[in-house]
Design a protein around this ligand. Structure first.
Ligand SMILES: C[S@@+](CC[C@H](N)C(=O)[O-])C[C@H]1O[C@@H](n2cnc3c(N)ncnc32)[C@H](O)[C@@H]1O
Length: 374
């Protein structure tokens, strides 16, 4: 496969990041965990994929997300949030707002519904925060530097959990080993070590996978959900992302895990390819997310596919409001909705989980799985 070459400036930035990662490996005694590598590759100020200058989103970038596929995605979410806010009052907090497009769709729809709720964003990338501030200049949004102490209303994130650094584990005949990153000359390579982190070891032992199996364990995602859940006094916590419940995630057929690099709309298996110019992601273990919410006293509103959630939330009714005779408007809208719903595209791989405290669940979960353990 021939991939589009980076510009000389991009190449230089990637080389600088590799040298930075190598110096960190050296300072750490010759080895860093894959989670630390992923954190450096994505979030090193000025050089990491999310913190550097690459386009990232859209046709000229590396991937597209749901709000770019259809404006109806944000409208539907806003309607669900409005249902929740009508009961609980309070605010909306978006995690990882990317370009700010989804926030603008939601804020426009809330305005149309005559709902006034403060909207704040928690974003780790300074570069994306600046883009969001530019896009949302005409909207009443604000940015937080840290999680609020307590919160009432709706907290949500679209495709944020998959961007959190994951640990890699290699199950062997002698027990689970942590797969980390070492460096020789100008090359990064894999190196396995006994697992030192007790939470990682506990999880790797609990999963008890056969020798030869390699996969990710995301400790950061449930930790993030737990701290949000503990702060939620009343309201809903929503996450949308690609992933599965645990038995499907760690299925025998998925023995090489779900870690991928995304570069100019190509999915690659090699996470060492052009660090800083590729997005790195892993699918979400939704069982871990549900457990983190349940352990913090939240109830599960539902866990369902994106297609079920959007249909139960009325996306097809919204589409039907656009007259089909206005082909210029209708065709792109209908193609976008088709992409969000189709099982061959985002409809089944993407899931929505909602968890609540002191609040009834919005109607989008009418077709969701409300079991207490996924
Ligand atoms: C794949 S993008 C998704 C952007 C947007 N939600 C969308 O749907 O287009 C991931 C976003 O999460 C942000 N992010 C990653 N880790 C985060 C964290 N711990 N807290 C807040 N934002 C985070 C990234 O900087 C980026 O804005």
């Amino acid at each position: 496969m021939s991939l589009p070459p980076p510009s000389p400036e991009q190449m230089q930035a990637s080389d600088r990041l590799v040298r930075y990662i190598q110096s960190e490996i050296e300072k750490s005694g010759g080895w860093i965990s894959f989670a630390r590598y992923m954190e450096l590759a994505l979030y090193t100020p000025g050089l990491g994929y999310y913190s550097g200058g690459s386009a990232k989103f859209g046709a000229g970038g590396d991937f597209v997300t749901a709000p770019q596929i259809s404006p109806l995605f944000g409208r539907v979410l806003a309607q669900q949030f409005a249902e929740a806010l009508k009961q609980t009052g309070g605010e909306i907090l978006e995690l990882g707002a990317g370009t700010g497009l989804l926030a603008s769709q939601i804020l426009d729809e809330l305005r149309a519904l005559d709902i006034e709720a403060p909207y704040s964003i928690l974003e780790v990338s300074g570069e994306l925060r600046a883009r969001q501030q530019k896009r949302l200049a005409g909207h009443a949004a604000s940015w937080l530097d840290a999680m609020p102490e307590t919160f009432t209303g709706v907290i949500f994130g679209n495709e944020v959990l998959d961007a959190l650094p994951v640990h890699l584990v290699h199950w062997t005949e002698n027990g689970p080993m942590e797969r980390g990153v070492a460096s020789r000359e100008d090359r990064l390579f894999w190196l396995d070590r006994p697992i030192a982190d007790s939470s990682l070891l506990e999880m790797a032992q609990l999963l008890d996978l056969p020798a030869g199996y390699i996969s990710e364990i995301n400790l950061a995602a449930p930790a993030l959900v737990k701290s949000l859940a503990e702060r939620l006094e009343s309201g809903i916590l929503f996450f949308i992302d690609y992933g599965f419940g645990r038995s499907e995630y760690y299925h025998p057929q998925r023995h090489m895990g779900t870690l991928r690099a995304h570069y100019r709309h190509h999915a690659l298996d090699d996470p060492f390819y052009l660090p800083g110019l590729c997005d790195l992601t892993a699918h979400v273990d939704f069982t871990a997310i549900a457990d983190a919410g349940l352990d913090s006293g939240l109830a599960i509103c539902g866990y369902t596919t994106q297609a079920n959630f959007l249909m139960a939330s009325g996306i097809t009714q919204l589409l039907a409001e656009t007259p089909p005779d206005s082909a210029g408007n209708y065709l792109p809208l209908s193609t976008g909705v088709q992409k969000l719903l189709s099982p061959a595209e985002m409809g089944e791989l993407f899931k929505v989980i909602g968890m609540s405290r002191n609040a009834a669940c919005p109607s989008g979960f009418a077709m969701g799985d409300q079991r207490h353990r996924l």
